[in-house]
Design a protein around this ligand. Structure first.
Ligand code: AMP
Ligand code: GLY
Length: 415
């Protein structure tokens, strides 16, 4: 089996912590992995190349980030008869346009917040002024996870609408906004693998989006996560499948969209069950870093099955629990500092329960590992339970250092 896999080539597109987790698990399963462009961490166990994926040959292409999906990379590769895990441009619009996402959700009768779409400042302000807060304002287009304002203050909401619609804050991506009703409840990220017809749900994960402990500070790409989420029980999973995922697959099919890849449903769960907050068309980051390692042994097969359009034989058996603590650079998220030397990694990399997933790192002229981006790296640990995984992750984090390193001390607390 191992030999067969070694001759099976998988190209992974992307360069973040998410792609590091994807590559790491595929390498552990014995596949020959080529990352484009990859990162410093990935290059330790897999081949990295700067070549355009359209120039590469492989048995499977896995597209990590949203931008190339929204730009249609999956369509280009499929047009070359390649096997691809990731939706084409039309499916990726679920993340590329919140207006489209809300329209599909409404057509599929999916529970989600009431909303209205605006391009005109005066109309948007008049709508806001007649509403009660909290106010939720979202850019229509991609904004790297930063296009959403949640505020109870009407003045700030109006200011945000002006900044977005004028193009000042997010350029073209912001010149259409969605104003949504506020949903209360507990948040959870559910990743579903789709083959165009059916879906398999992965263990639910809890992300921690704010920079600081106690959910304070600015929104970030995600400062830590754990999976599975115990309170998100079988009944909630079934409701998610029946009320959200399955109707959306049917709705997409009806529009001629054959969605093969991962559909990330950001949910708010309250007494009424799960409501849809957002769809992403890729694995979450940092959710991938805690969910994918639990699938080791069956991850590659599920990617192949989804890309090939037949998940019917897949029987995933997720194992144990995972927790990730993200270490960010000084100045993140506004202006992360680069070039701080990172020490202590070797000591934790030997621990088989610990995985260091790089995102903002590079090697400087002296050959030292340094910070080169906001979220520098995530330290994932595995265990039998969430508590064990968290304890191991924090023990590892305490041994790694760089100037200005920041991380949350309360990942998993109270969730
Ligand atoms: P999004 O990028 O759409 O996931 O929004 C970012 C974050 O804003 C979410 O993770 C939620 O915490 C919050 N949020 C977005 N929409 C709503 C909503 N309708 N009600 C309450 N919170 C929301
Ligand atoms: N962790 C949130 C996201 O990947 O969008």
């Amino acid at each position: 089996m191992q030999e067969v896999k070694q001759s099976t080539r998988i190209v992974v597109v992307g360069s973040g912590g998410r792609e590091h987790a994807i590559c790491d698990v595929l390498v552990r399963e014995g596949y020959h992995v080529i990352a484009t462009p990859g990162n410093v961490g990935i290059s330790k166990s897999a081949e990295c190349t700067d070549q355009d994926p359209r120039q590469l040959t492989a048995d499977l292409f896995v597209i990590g980030p949203e931008a190339p999906l929204v730009e249609g990379l999956a369509d280009d590769l499929r047009a070359q008869s390649k096997l691809v895990f990731g939706p084409g441009r039309s499916g990726a619009l679920l993340e590329g346009s919140k207006d489209f996402m809300k329209e599909v959700a409404a057509a599929a009768n999916v529970p989600t917040a009431r909303y209205a779409t605006f391009t005109d400042v005066d109309e948007a302000i008049s709508y806001l002024s007649n509403k009660v807060g909290p106010y939720i304002i979202k850019t229509d287009g991609l904004a790297a996870g930063k296009g959403v304002l949640v505020t109870s203050d009407l003045e700030s909401a109006i200011e945000d609408v002006r900044a977005k619609l004028s193009g000042a804050s997010f350029g073209q991506a912001g010149t259409k906004v969605i104003i949504e009703d506020f949903l209360s409840g507990r948040e959870v990220s559910v990743l579903a693998i789709l083959d165009g017809e059916r879906a398999v749900l992965l263990p639910a994960a809890a992300d921690h989006k704010r920079l600081n402990d106690g959910d304070l500070g600015p929104n970030t790409g995600g400062m830590g996560a754990f999976a599975p989420v115990e309170w998100f029980d079988e009944s909630l999973q079934q409701q998610t499948m029946d009320r959200i995922i399955t109707p959306v697959i049917q709705e997409l099919k009806g529009r001629g969209i054959d969605y093969r890849g991962v559909l990330y449903a950001g949910l708010m769960v309250n007494d009424g069950g799960p409501s849809l907050v957002e769809f992403n068309v890729r694995f979450g980051d940092p959710e991938a870093q805690v969910v994918i390692p639990l699938l080791e042994g069956g991850f590659g097969s599920v990617l192949f099955a989804a890309a090939g359009g037949d998940l019917s034989q897949v029987d995933l058996k997720p194992n144990g629990a995972g927790a990730v603590v993200v270490m960010s650079a000084s100045g993140y998220p506004n202006s992360p500092r680069r070039g701080d030397k990172i020490v202590g990694l070797a000591a934790i990399e030997d621990n088989s329960a610990v995985r260091v997933y790089h995102s903002g790192t590079s090697v400087d002229q002296d050959g030292d590992l340094v910070t080169s981006g906001g979220r520098v790296r995530g330290i994932t640990a595995l265990g039998k339970s969430k508590e064990e995984a968290l304890e191991r992750a924090y023990a590892a984090v305490s041994r790694v250092a760089f100037d200005g390193a920041h991380y949350r001390r309360d990942i998993g607390v109270g969730r």
